[in-house]
Design a protein around this ligand. Structure first.
Ligand SMILES: NC(=O)C1=CN([C@@H]2O[C@H](COP(=O)(O)OP(=O)(O)OC[C@H]3O[C@@H](n4cnc5c(N)ncnc54)[C@H](O)[C@@H]3O)[C@@H](O)[C@H]2O)C=CC1
Ligand SMILES: O=C(O)[C@@H]1CCC=N1
Length: 281
């Protein structure tokens, strides 16, 4: 990787900048970032990380070999259209956009491109993303190595077929939010059962870290581990009974299915706009 350009300067962009710099993968002077309007944000990223920022597209793309698309999916059509003239087949285009297919990106760019479509999550900011990536057939072996290095700086990477990425989005892309939702509930309950908030917070985080580590390291399944905690006639059994009565497990399943369906819907909306040329340009 000689020069990386990040189009879109939000939280995912920042997570990657921070991960790349921490792992010394590319010099900060060779990371360039842009957005559509918020110059203050670009200045802030430049000051904090020493990366380059510009609205001059010639300067931005000059010598770039990797271009990351990191705007919201709703802004993808406008953004790709605005940079289309600067993209080339020799660049690796890395997308983190939820729902947007590689063929839609190529259709918007109107040239064949080497594309990596990925779904990281916000834990990238602390190097703990669970990322899945799919590549198209123009991506070279060397670019696959670059992809591994790039995503390795923000966590773990699995290679999947593109068709699986909507499900990955519903499961692990959105996943941190489901866990935060659970933490919110645990925090509320802690106060209600009379615990000090600060201490409860530490107990909750350690409980989650410990449970995650157990699932990762133990040879036992989550079901077996849950059963080990649940003594007959004990406290866990009393608690789990309430979760069962309220259909909490089924609610989580429906939640992940709804998020997966939404990823598909977002992609379909963009590609049907493309087919009817009803795009914002
Ligand atoms: N936030 C999350 O949990 C995750 C987000 N993603 C994907 O990452 C992408 C970015 O998400 P966030 O960083 O959360 O969004 P964000 O809203 O924090 O940042 C988006 C950035 O794109 C810029 N932008 C908008 N229109 C533009 C244009 N025409 N040209 C250039 N830049 C433009 C905005 O100014 C902003 O800097 C989205 O496509 C999302 O689907 C993927 C995995 C997880
Ligand atoms: O909510 C969203 O659409 C994005 C994609 C995955 C996580 N956040």
């Amino acid at each position: 990787m000689k020069k990386m350009v990040i189009v879109g300067a939000g939280s995912m962009a920042e997570a990657f900048i921070s991960g790349i710099l921490e792992n010394d993968v590319i010099d900060r002077k060779n990371i360039w970032v842009t957005n559509n309007s918020n110059e203050k944000r670009l200045v802030n990223l430049s000051e904090r990380y020493g990366v380059q920022s510009t609205y001059d597209l010639n300067a931005l793309f000059d010598g770039a070999d990797l271009v990351m698309l990191a705007m919201k999916p709703k802004d993808a059509a406008t953004a790709i259209q605005s940079i289309r003239a600067y993209l080339s087949e020799r660049m690796l285009v890395v997308s983190v956009l939820a729902g947007v297919s590689m063929s839609t990106i190529e259709a918007l760019a109107r040239i064949p491109l080497a594309i990596v479509r990925s779904m990281p999550n916000t834990s990238a900011a602390v190097g703990k993303s669970a990322t899945a990536v799919a590549v198209n057939n123009r991506v070279t072996d060397q670019q696959i190595e670059t992809t591994k290095i790039l995503f390795g700086t923000v966590g773990l990477t699995s290679f999947v077929e593109e068709e699986q990425l909507d499900a990955v989005t519903g499961l692990s892309g959105s996943g941190p939010a489901y866990i935060y939702y659970l933490i919110e509930a645990m925090e509320k309950s802690a106060v209600e059962v009379g615990l000090d908030q600060q201490m409860a917070s530490e107990l909750i985080v350690q409980t989650l870290l410990g449970a995650a580590e157990m699932v990762k390291k133990s040879s036992k399944s989550a079901t077996e581990l849950r059963k080990e905690v649940t003594s007959p006639g004990g406290t866990t059994e009393a608690g789990i009974r309430i979760l069962e009565e309220n259909g909490v497990q089924q609610a989580f399943i429906s939640c992940i299915k709804a998020a997966t369906a939404q990823s598909k819907k977002m992609g379909a909306a963009l590609s049907s706009q493309l087919e009817t040329s009803n795009l914002p340009y």
